[in-house]
Each structure stands twice: as C-alpha cells, then as structure tokens.
Design a protein around this ligand. Structure first.
Ligand code: AMP
Length: 295
C-alpha cells in the first residue's frame, strides 16, 4: 500500500493520533532514497507499529549553496520506495512549514562533538542546522524510536547528546552503514559521480578496510592507522580532507585505541564530498566486506 503523504505538522499529528499508543517509528531523511535509507525503514517496520519517514532537504545544514541546489530531489520515486519498505506516512514539509517567517531558534550541540571532523570542515552552523531540524522533526512526529545511519556517525553522537540534554522522550537507534558491492557507502550524493569518479570512489572503503586489516593485526596507534588510509588514497591520486581516529563516544582524539574508536574520513571525488567511517573495537572483527577483493 502506498504511504500517505502529509505536508504539515497539523496533518501529521492528526494522522498519527489514533495510532500513537501502538508505537511510532521515525526515519528522518533528505530524500533521494537508496538502500541505506530503506534498511532503516525496514528495521522501523519490524520494531514499531506505525512508521513515519520524513523527506526534507534542510537548507540550514548546507554550507555551499551549490550543494543545496544540486541535491537530488526525487519525491515520487521516494514515496514508492518508502512505501514498499514499509513506511505508513511520508512527512514532506515545505521550507516555510519548517521555518515560518520569524523563526529565530537554534538548537546547538556544543563541545568536541560538533567541533571536530565534519564540524571542523563545514563549520558549527552545519550541526546547528542538523540539531535544530532533528529537534523540530522529533517534536513534530513524537516517535517512540528514531532511526539513524552509522554512516553519519558524528550526527548520531550529536543527536544522542541533544536527545539526552533536552530530555526528549525518544530512543535513538543507529544502524550499520549500507554499502555497494565494492564497499562504497551508499549516499544520495553518489548519483552525482561520473562512471569514472564512481570507480575511483571505491578506493575509500578499500582505504578504511586497509586500516581495519592493520587494526586486526594489532596496530593501535591512531596516526599509523590514519597513515594506512592516506597511503591507499594517495596510491589512487586522492587526498583526504581529514582522516581521524577519535573516541567513539565523545569524539575526543585518542593516543591509542584501547576502546571503541571511530576512524572517520572525508574525501572529495569530483563534485562530491564522500564521508565514511568504521568503528575500531579491540577484540571485535567487523571489517567492511568488499566483493572481489583478492588481497
Ligand atoms: P540523509 O538523507 O543523507 O540525510 O540520510 C538520512 C538518514 O539515512 C541518516 O540517518 C543517514 O545516516 C542514513 N543513511 C544515509 N546513508 C546511509 C547508508 N549508506 N547506510 C545506512 N544509513 C544511511
């Protein structure tokens, strides 16, 4: 059955009212849905009675106007895909519905959580934009469970912090990164890669995998783990915007990986900034699977 599309918070609340007690699951997205988003919808479908997916290309989290303008918008296809994966409602508000004239509030998650990695490159305003829109969406939907992808690991950490700090009554679930057969993390922006750039992009998961292999062999020095990533990228003629190993919980730099750490990378390939990450946990082998990998 096709999911119902609602465009206003009032319509959304009215549609959810009769089902609220059954349990509401929520998947916030910016649309141009791919298998990564759909894996979140399927999990929400399995775990909650009513599933809401939102599609909102949030202007306040984009730094470059060109990136916002080029962001793919495929609503009809998205609704069909979300419905097939089990969404009941698609909340697709206008910019005016989310930010009416006079809108003046920003939710800002402070500290290292938002100052490092993507925050360092994109500026604090990026995560202010993310936190504000996620807060608004959570208040609009009032879900019992909200589902996010580990691909945007820093976003997950910031959202968890915000939910805890504001006491929002929602359980935040982070699900594994969905990848293409060559390991590339699925992303709406990948559609903007030319065939040659798409081919080149496969070096990113290979670089992370190389660091994972070194980690599995006992390497615990963050700089040397990062150097493994850099070397693989350099061999393909790419250079990372950043490669960092940080604590998985507070995103602070670590001297040595003795507990769960995040190895995160951002690389520009053609017109697209690719971001990806893996978690390095001593004693846990959870390496990226890369089809056809021979070494
Ligand atoms: P976006 O539409 O890019 O804002 O993403 C919406 C949600 O889907 C976020 O929680 C993302 O982390 C998640 N997501 C995006 N790509 C993937 C992926 N490849 N695997 C799993 N989740 C993803």
């Amino acid at each position: 059955m096709s999911a119902r599309i609602v465009r206003t918070v009032a319509e959304l609340r009215a549609a959810l009212a009769p089902h609220r007690a059954d349990g509401v699951g929520f998947v916030p997205t910016m649309g141009a849905l791919h298998e990564g988003h759909l894996s979140l919808v399927r999990t929400a479908r399995a775990e909650t009675a009513v599933v809401v997916l939102s599609i909102f290309v949030n202007p306040t989290q984009f730094g470059e106007a060109a990136d916002l303008a080029a962001y793919p918008r495929t609503e009809d296809e998205d609704v069909a895909l979300a419905s097939a994966a089990g969404a009941d409602l698609v909340f697709a508000p206008s910019v005016d519905e989310m930010y009416p004239t006079g809108f003046a509030t920003t939710v800002s998650v402070g500290g290292a959580l938002t100052a490092t990695l993507e925050g360092a490159v994109r500026g604090r305003s990026h995560f202010d934009g993310v936190a504000t829109v996620v807060a608004k969406l959570l208040v609009a939907v009032q879900p019992d469970r909200a589902y996010f992808g580990a691909k945007d690991a820093q976003q997950v950490v910031a959202v968890r912090r915000m939910v805890a700090d504001l006491g929002l009554p929602v359980a935040v679930h982070a699900l594994p990164t969905s990848r293409d057969a060559d390991g590339l993390a699925r992303s709406s922006r990948n559609a903007r890669l030319s065939p040659a750039e798409r081919e080149l992009a496969s070096v990113v998961p290979r670089a992370l995998r190389r660091a994972q292999d070194a980690f599995a062999d006992g390497l615990r020095d963050p700089r040397r783990l990062g150097a493994e990533v850099d070397a693989e990228l350099a061999a393909a003629g790419l250079a990372a915007e950043y490669v960092e190993v940080v604590d998985a919980d507070d995103l602070e730099p670590v001297d040595r990986v003795i507990r769960a750490a995040l190895l995160a990378v951002a690389v520009r390939v053609g017109p697209v900034r690719l971001i990806d990450n893996v978690t390095l946990v001593p004693g846990v082998d959870d390496r990226i699977s890369i089809e056809g990998r021979t070494s």
